[in-house]
Structures are given as C-alpha cells and as structure tokens.
Ligand binder design. Sequence first.
Ligand SMILES: N[C@@H](CCC(=O)N[C@@H](CS)C(=O)NCC(=O)O)C(=O)O
Length: 259
Amino acid sequence: MNKIRIFSYLPNPRVWKSIITAKIGGIDLEVIGDKPNNMPNWLWDFDAKPITDEDKSKLKSFEIKSKRGFKGSLYKTDEFIGQHPFGTVPAGFVGEGRLGVFESNSILRAVARECKDKSLYGGDDLNLTSRIDSFLDANLVFSREFQVYLLELEDITKYTYERTKASYEFYLDGLEKALSLSSFIAGDHLTIADISFACEFAQFLREGHYLEQLKKKNLPLISKNFPTDYPLTFEHFKALCKKEEFSNVMGSYLDWYEM
Ligand SMILES: N[C@@H](CCC(=O)N[C@@H](CS)C(=O)NCC(=O)O)C(=O)O
C-alpha cells in the first residue's frame, strides 16, 4: 500500500474529506499540521516542523509572502515547491517517492484509490468513477468561489457576494436534481462525491459566523433558505453529518448550525 502524508492547517474540512474516506475505507493516513495562525511558524516541507524566530532568520531564502488565506510570510522549502508548485495546503505526499499531490479533491482521490473499499470511488465501474470525478470538479468550482467570499467576509463587496450566490445556486441546483434521481450524489451508494460535498459545504456554512458583517451591508446569508430551497440536499447533508464516520471527524464544527 502507498503511504499518504498530508500537511495542512488543522482542523481543515478539506483534510476531513481524506480522513473520513480513510476511516471508511480502512486505511491509515499521516496528518500533520497546526492551527491556521501557527502556519507561518512551520517549515512547509515533507518533514514539516515548527520553527523558531531564530530558525526563520536562517531560512530567509525560503520566506515567501502568503498568496491565499494566511497573514504575512510562510517558509516553504525548495523541495516543497518542487512537489507543490502552487504552494498550497492541504499538501499530500504519496508513496516512496513522496510525490506531491495537491488540491484536496485530488488528495481525496489518491486516498480513495488506496482504500480496501473500492466502491467509494466507483469500484470496477470506470464510468461511475468518471461521474464521481464530474461531481468533484463541480464541487471545486463552488469551493474556489466561496473561498474568496469567506476570506472577504469581514468587508464583503457586492460583486463577490453576487458571484458566490450565483455559484451556490448553480451547484445546489445540480445536486438537488441529482438527489431527486438517486439517494446519493453520484448514484445509489456513498462515494467520495458525497464526502467532498459534506466537508466543503460545512466550510461554506461558516458564512453564518459573519452575520453582523453581512447585516451592515444589508445582505442576507446566502444559505439562509438552504433547508427549504434545496430540501433533498439539506436532508442529505444532515444525514451525512450525522454518520459516525463524519461526526467523529467534524467534532463540534457544526454544533452552532441548526439542523
Ligand atoms: N482548492 C484548494 C485550496 C487550497 C488553498 O487555497 N490553500 C490555501 C489556504 S486556504 C493555501 O495553502 N495558501 C498558501 C499561501 O497563501 O501561500 C484545495 O482544495 O486544496
């Protein structure tokens, strides 16, 4: 079996996808990292480790300004950038060659390929595997849109709000249609399309922590009417989050959200 290591800030719903899949699929994963605010105090590498201010002065050549999501500088080794050219976390490393795998949905696929339970990624049915990929891609498009939104929520612009709302409606319209035809997103059983959806959507719901900021701009929560606008998707989300394999990993992340 290929060993898989993931480096990231933690907790991170984008890492949960892989953790939940590994648990259901019966494999071990190595997950290392720290709270988001501590990521500038880590050396970003296969052998990621915490660094002191003294270390940082010796690691000036690795210092690079954060592109997305962190404040200030990060310390990424040349080996890290070699394997992770976009320089993002979660950062997966697979196999003896410690090959870099990036984008949480791709890390998720790598994990699913190693699982004993192959049905999570379509089993022998390559057509189903391709359909699962389609849902994962649709999920990434939504995820990128709402990443910008969540990062801007302290002082949101109408432009970002409207873009995210359109992306939310497009993605959820599709899921609602899919779930009117089958009991899981890609077909009649649980796959990584469901796992990725639940984790990304849990993260999107964090807009609910910015009610005051949205109110100041006279903007309602994008997900305000989620249960009534998309009842099948809402029930599916609820059912997934209540599954032990999910709730054990998600912990108290969604406790504030009424379901
Ligand atoms: N779509 C990517 C998102 C990854 C991403 O954008 N990560 C950000 C943190 S939220 C990052 O690593 N930024 C590194 C930097 O700022 O240099 C995924 O699902 O893995």
